[in-house]
Write a protein that binds this ligand. Structure first.
Ligand code: FO1
Length: 328
């Protein structure tokens, strides 16, 4: 069974660990293809940083800091301390020493003219990843957040990372702009991974800053909506709150309520040109199932809090089971 997952952020990386065990996907025979969000990417101090690709690579490669959810295990921040010693800006982004090695290798290869997808495959070789990881595009796309400039009150756009890390999403977002996506192309293998998949999964990622940038690349959303595969989503919202991160601050900016049902409606049922055939909600939201089913989306309620690896495996196995039942 070929499974394609749109992934961004920490929730997706943990879900993917469960999906790998549920599918038996291996480095030599990957049955899971991950289309990674690159809207979070940022160039700092001349280094190209790809947070969502690295979250997947480190988590599935066994090199992630489990507590933080991003960056490398056994990390140190000596370079960052030295940068701060010089008053170098920005000083709000936590660049770890081990992590910098990834960005150095990536940036050197990109500057030599290699595509991001080629470079990503090269980096993943070190980690013997049990999935294929493909960036959504090889073109430059960045998520910028339009806020009210605190000094002038006028609209101002800042990079997503500044909003997310420096401001902790505490500054009201007026709009999210996926800069460059309108002229970007899906990376090699992305559309094929969608059209050949048996099941496509939208993991519990942030709908606005992790999934939407992927869908903003011309061709991707339509390919998913028209795919032969069944499309199964896992709600990132449980009991009216995001399981991790600050998706509520993002959803309010696009006038979507922070509920499992509202996100399902936002993605929309596939028969009406939307994305979902099925939606997995947490037991806490079982009462929302009838309303979601009325949208024409099959609903399953189960424990979706990845408090231990077994939960993620169970959710992944359920997604595959539902997907195989619904496949056209
Ligand atoms: N997130 C933080 O909250 N604080 C940080 O200092 C930080 C540094 C960082 C460095 C490299 C990297 O790949 C990710 C990093 N993140 C940090 C996480 C990142 O902002 C988010 O994980 C994604 O961009 C959103 O999913």
């Amino acid at each position: 069974m070929q499974v394609t997952v749109l992934a961004g952020g920490i929730g997706a990386a943990r879900f993917l660990r469960g999906l790998v065990s549920a599918t038996g996907s291996t480095h030599d025979k990957p049955s899971v293809t991950v289309i990674g969000n690159t809207g979070d990417d940022i160039r700092l101090f001349g280094l190209q940083i790809c947070p969502d690709l690295d979250s997947v690579m480190y988590t599935l490669g066994g090199g992630a800091d489990e507590e933080r959810g991003w960056g490398r295990a056994n990390e140190s921040f000596t370079v960052l301390e030295e940068l701060r010693g010089y008053g170098a800006k920005p000083d709000w982004f936590g660049l770890g020493d081990r992590d910098i090695a990834t960005h150095l290798v990536r940036t050197q290869a990109l500057d030599a003219g290699y595509r991001l997808s080629t470079v990503t495959a090269g980096l993943c070789e070190r980690w013997q990843l049990p999935v294929s990881l493909i960036p959504m595009t090889d073109d430059r796309v960045e998520t910028h957040v339009v806020i009210d400039d605190p000094d002038t009150g006028q609209p101002a756009a800042i990079h997503f990372q500044e909003w997310w890390v420096r401001h902790r999403a505490a500054v009201a977002a007026r709009e999210f702009v996926y800069v460059g996506s309108d002229t970007a192309s899906p990376a090699p293998g992305v559309l094929e991974a969608i059209t050949t998949a048996d099941v496509i999964v939208l993991p519990p990622s942030n709908p606005v800053v992790s999934i939407a940038p992927i869908l903003s690349i011309p061709g991707i959303r339509d390919a998913i909506s028209q795919a032969a595969a069944a499309v199964v989503g896992v709600s990132p919202i449980v009991g009216g709150k995001p399981v991790r991160g600050m998706a509520d601050a993002c959803l309010s900016a696009i006038d979507v309520d922070t509920t499992s049902a509202a996100v399902a409606q936002h993605y929309g049922p596939r028969p009406e040109g939307g994305l979902l055939d099925a939606w997995i909600v947490d037991l806490a939201d079982a009462d929302a199932a009838p309303a979601i089913a009325d949208l024409g989306i099959r609903v399953e309620a189960m424990d979706t809090i990845f408090s231990n690896p077994g939960v993620a495996s169970n959710v992944a196995a359920s997604a595959l089971k539902i997907g195989s039942e619904l496949r056209r």
